[in-house]
Design a protein around this ligand. Structure first.
Ligand SMILES: Cc1ncc(COP(=O)(O)O)c(C=O)c1O
Length: 420
């Protein structure tokens, strides 16, 4: 199914690397245990990442594999040629549903999580007397749409403080629930927080919200492409995501999945022909005027790339690499890991701080010394450094970063303004 969908969108055009998806499938046919370095070294050759680049910021943007870059280029050429093939919506929806779950009819393809969440917050009738509950670990892309909607329409906006590090799923659930009152109509949380990589108990929260008639909007920017997942089975009303992160799609690929009963009820934020044709369901929200179809060709290719590897293999490798990193981090005196210890509460991201070391200084130091890309969580003044691991990372890179961090904890780092 995926092979067909990919070739349909490309119009059957040949790819530069590898020449066909059959060859790619043969590549990935066997092996792939989490520590099978030969296998994963081969996978790394499927990316364009510079050999000396230590890229540990997939949480912001995932590097696309060559097949996705080629798919974008090929599609762009075809448009210029000019045989715009149009988007095959069914194939596109099936390919993302195959990777992340959710029934294909529920998918909408905005440009990112921010836009997806804006469609939700602007499309609901939240008004005076309503309350939206969220946490102090939400990204601006997930929460600002709700701050806008509640400010404009005079609704209450309530923020609860999550425990760091989170001791258990139960503690996270009860903390979010402590913010809920009789006025609460919406709860918005991340499935995985961008701050500490903590997995929130979304399914349990969804069950409670459903009992109380509260809408649950999930910011799912991170899990798709990182973990095995069924976003439909989680039970939330909305799931907003950014396939240009862990799904490794080209920049500007967002997705929104909505539960069946919202597909006729939500107001569109952007109106074009068909916005009021309720028989179209969620497809009404894909009528966005002219847009960049090439990014979708890239999305299908990257989804197929991950499918060929298999999400079981991908998640196991991601966890293995994060485990190497985390074990090393926890052994460094003066370094405090803020990601939970419980394996069920984390996957591919780990955050920490080092006593007496400014994380922004550390970020610049790592970049200058070893071409490492990290993310500093300055939001809410947390000051954490976050590292993300995906399938293209290599244990040797992680060992190098651990050496540098160990040295930083012992000796400090130059302040970022200095030339050192
Ligand atoms: C949890 C979370 N939500 C939303 C976003 C915003 O994503 P985008 O810029 O793709 O809209 C991010 C980006 O890092 C994020 O980590």
């Amino acid at each position: 199914m995926y092979r067909r969908s990919f070739l349909t969108l490309l119009g059957g055009g040949a790819l530069a690397w590898p020449r066909t998806l059959e060859a790619l499938a043969r590549h990935f046919d066997s092996g792939g245990a989490p520590d099978d370095e030969l296998f994963w070294a081969e996978v790394r050759t499927g990316f364009l990442i510079a050999p000396d680049r230590i890229y540990l910021n997939n949480g912001t943007l995932g590097p696309s594999p060559r097949v996705a870059v080629d798919a974008v280029a090929e599609h762009t050429r075809r448009v210029a040629a000019t045989f715009p093939p149009g988007v095959n919506w069914e194939d596109l929806k099936r390919s993302v549903a195959g990777l992340a779950g959710g029934d294909p009819d529920g998918f909408v393809f905005p440009r990112n999580t921010t836009e997806a969440m804006s469609f939700v917050a602007n499309g609901m009738d939240v008004g005076p007397g309503d309350e939206v509950v969220t946490t102090d670990h939400e990204h601006i892309g997930g929460k600002e749409p709700w701050r806008l909607a509640t400010t404009r329409r005079h609704a209450k906006y309530t923020v609860v403080s999550l425990p760091v590090p989170a001791p258990s799923p139960e503690a996270l659930l009860e903390t979010v629930w402590s913010g809920v009152s009789p006025a609460t109509t919406v709860v918005m949380v991340s499935q995985m927080t961008f701050t500490t990589g903590t997995i929130m108990p979304v399914a349990e929260l969804a069950a409670r919200c459903r009992e109380r008639g509260i809408t649950l909007a999930v910011d799912g920017a991170h899990p798709p492409g990182m973990m095995r997942l069924d976003i439909g089975a989680l039970g939330g009303d909305f799931y907003a995501s950014s396939p240009h992160k862990w799904m490794l799609a080209p920049q500007g690929n967002g997705m929104l999945w909505m539960a069946a009963d919202w597909r006729e009820r939500l107001w569109p934020t952007l109106a074009s022909g068909g916005w009021d044709d309720l028989s179209l369901g969620a497809q009404r929200f894909n009528h966005l005027g002219t847009f960049d179809e090439s990014r979708m060709a890239g999305l299908i290719a990257s989804a197929e790339f991950l499918q060929l590897l298999g999400m079981d293999r991908v998640e196991a490798r991601v966890r293995h690499l994060r485990g190497i990193l985390e074990k090393g981090l926890r052994s460094i005196p003066g370094l405090t890991v803020v990601t939970p210890t419980d394996e069920s509460l984390k996957c591919g991201m780990v955050s920490f701080r080092i006593d007496g070391v400014d994380s922004l200084d550390l970020q610049v130091h790592l970049a200058r010394t070893a071409n490492v890309r990290t993310r500093v969580i300055s939001e809410y003044d947390y000051g954490f450094m976050r590292l993300s691991t995906h399938i293209y990372n290599r244990p040797a890179e992680l060992e190098r970063v651990l050496e540098l961090l160990s040295d930083a904890a012992r000796n400090g780092v130059p302040s970022r303004g200095s030339d050192a």
